[in-house]
Design a protein around this ligand. Sequence first.
Ligand code: GLU
Ligand code: MG
Length: 431
Amino acid sequence: MFLGWPDIAGLTRGRGIPVADLEARKTTGIGWVPVAQALTPFSTLAANPWGPMGDIWLLPDPAAGARADLWPDQAPFNLMLCDGINPDGSPWMACLREFLRRALDELREEFGLSVLSAFEQEFYLDGLTEVPGANYSLIAHQLAADFGSQVIAALRAAGQQPETFEPEGGPAQYEVNCRPALGLAGADRALIMREIVRDVARRLGHRATFTPVVAEVGFGNGVHVHMSLRDGAGRPRTHDPDGVAGMSRAAGSFVAGILRHLPALTAFGAPSPVSYCRLAPGHWAGAAAAFGADNREAALRLCRGREGAGFDAGAQFNIEFRAADAAASPHLLLAVLVRAGLEGLRENLAAPAPLDRDPADLSAAERQQLGMAALPGSLEEALAAASRDDTVRGWFGDEVWSSYHALKRHELEFIADMTMAERIAAYRKIY
Ligand code: GLU
Ligand code: MG
């Protein structure tokens, strides 16, 4: 089995152990190196504060285990996510699960709220027959029906509560969805879902790629994070029939906080150089720094669900963040969204009025009037926006901040001499 750890490059790294040792490892953990946080997607090492020094330990979290034993002659899928800890057992501050846990703790301590989240994640399946015009179709579903049913079975066996397997808008593009999960488990589930999809694809001779784009034109692979607020008793707290767009005051402030810091958040949600081919108008990728009710071009979309007798708005209302992709670590992404929402709550920001038009139809004057910030158009711009935002900078310890920026700069240097097509191909191999 594999003891895994979400790194800042959005990949799962760690060590394999015999299953028989798991009980002992739950106490001791397994040795690991701080410098692993400086491993780039290209298997090189970025500049980092650790060098060859120091030890940390990966401590398995039994609440984050995922095992699916569906294949009679093959090894099961068996992953347990871990926390990075120091040798004395204290949390390692560059562990992203800890980073997210602290953000969630502050939200609960200060406002009595927790976050229920579900990540919609899209991917392309290499090695399928592509049928022109098959997007969203039964044909596209059937072409991958064996894969889809094994993914659903594996997710169910692994306790991830799968809900849908869907053909998407691109040729051989699919999406899998699981039920929302509370707190840390939301990000754990997103990571586990990616890895189970990759694993099942590999077993069937395919390759699943969650890379932001597979070509310079056409639909990219989005990661849409649906979030709703819950109180201490688990009751929904996102809806209020008298609030702006039907949102509770808390949800409105949470949204306003995310909107305020959106340019900086892009450095964490769209964190690869090729993310910006996807994050463009007309891709339903949420490339506008706007909040809209059921508006697929807005970075933040209010999802209201079914209305009328028998449908509970409170349980359905959620906020969807669309401007992200799977080069982002789900833990880091959810952490910065929660932190930005928390800032909105602390300042008691008023809910933004929802934009009910395609942002592409707005004139420059209308954008200015609505206070719509421009989203960064490249990773360089996103990193600069993050560096300018002192509030966002303040959420990070020095280690994660400096290693994240060094890693991203390293990626930019690594691909600097490549054409866009070569960059897209390079990221396609990794994610
Ligand atoms: N593929 C689009 C994206 O990159 C999203 C399509 C959809 O709304 O599901 O985000
Ligand atoms: Mg989709």
